[in-house]
Design a protein around this ligand. Structure first.
Ligand code: NAP
Length: 273
């Protein structure tokens, strides 16, 4: 086992990191910061995003394991008090490797085309005023968007920013992209569908800048500000991210545990009082 640990950096996550190293050394695991096979993220889903971007160049060679120092997350599915069990299972069991889709964009500027990958989503916003973009789907004009911004998310990112915008939660086995609007202005000139749109793997969309505008592009937790973006092509990436699962934790259970209070269900319609 060739591994690295990335901590959120708070005291508790750092203590758990030291504990993991001790347990791992007892099992003969090898620490390898440069070329790990397994990347352990200790913190939260946000920490996993950082880990993903830190090891992006080796994305086809590595598997991630997430430990959450608070509640269970979407990427972080081991709890802080389960570290011993996790290390034991890593030493004694072969994991099930699950592969989740990523989103890719190709940014067209006067400098050329630059590609980026996202685990959760890309967002595009205007810096000085509203964002104005023409949205083409499969090279055909679809709508002209004016508003606060657009969010293009992966299935695993559908429970993050996308969900705050009333986007649908998508099972990660469905390789797809979801475009969600942030506060669109609708009138005779600018008219959008008003709901999120889900594209399958073999489709793509382009966001074409329709005015001189400074744009803020975010890639998960990272951000770039530019005034020379001509267009952005969005599609499902060829690469996937791999998670090592040592025990089952079905996606819909994660969704339920994160967003639905089971106590409410017990007292919901049909419940006996
Ligand atoms: P942050 O603002 O510190 O945290 C954002 C929150 O999103 C955290 O609670 C994080 O969980 C949670 N999260 C991250 N990925 C998730 C996922 N796939 N499903 C469900 N929840 C998820 O920022 P950050 O930690 O650097 O994370 C960046 C992410 O923040 C972006 O990718 C975006 O999705 C999200 N965001 C959301 C909104 C919004 O909903 N209005 C606005 C901006 C950004 P943990 O506590 O476990 O880390």
């Amino acid at each position: 086992m060739n591994y690295v640990v990335l901590s959120r950096g708070d005291r508790f996550s750092n203590e758990l990191t030291e504990q993991f190293h001790r347990l791992a050394a007892d099992r003969g695991f090898i620490r390898n910061d440069k070329k790990p096979d397994t990347v352990i993220s200790i913190g939260g889903d946000g920490t996993l995003l950082h880990a993903f971007h830190t090891y992006l160049e080796r994305i086809n060679e590595i598997a991630f394991v997430g430990v959450h120092t608070g509640h269970l997350g979407f990427y972080a599915d081991w709890k802080a008090n389960e570290l011993e069990e996790l290390v034991r299972m890593m030493a004694e069991n072969e994991p099930k490797l699950v592969h989740y889709p990523l989103a890719q964009i190709e940014l067209d500027t006067p400098e050329g085309i630059t590609g980026y990958l996202a685990l959760n989503e890309f967002t595009l916003k205007g810096v000085d005023g509203t964002l104005v973009v023409q949205v083409n789907i499969n090279d055909e004009p679809f709508e002209t968007f004016r508003g606060d911004g657009m969010v293009i998310s992966t299935p695993t990112g559908s429970t993050a920013y996308n969900k705050s915008l009333n986007g649908a939660v998508i099972h990660p086995s469905m390789a797809s992209l979801q475009l969600a609007e942030i506060a669109s202005i609708n009138n005779r000139v600018y008219r959008t569908l008003g709901t999120s749109v889900i594209l399958p793997q073999h489709h793509h969309c382009d966001l074409i800048s329709k005015k001189d505008q400074r744009l803020l592009l975010t890639i998960d937790h990272l951000s770039i500000q530019r005034s020379d973006i001509r267009s952005i092509r969005c599609s499902v990436a060829d690469s996937k991210v791999t998670f090592a699962r040592y025990r089952p934790f079905p996606f819909w259970n994660r969704v339920r545990d994160a967003f639905i209070d089971m106590n409410d269900c017990d007292n919901g319609p049909g419940a006996r009082s």
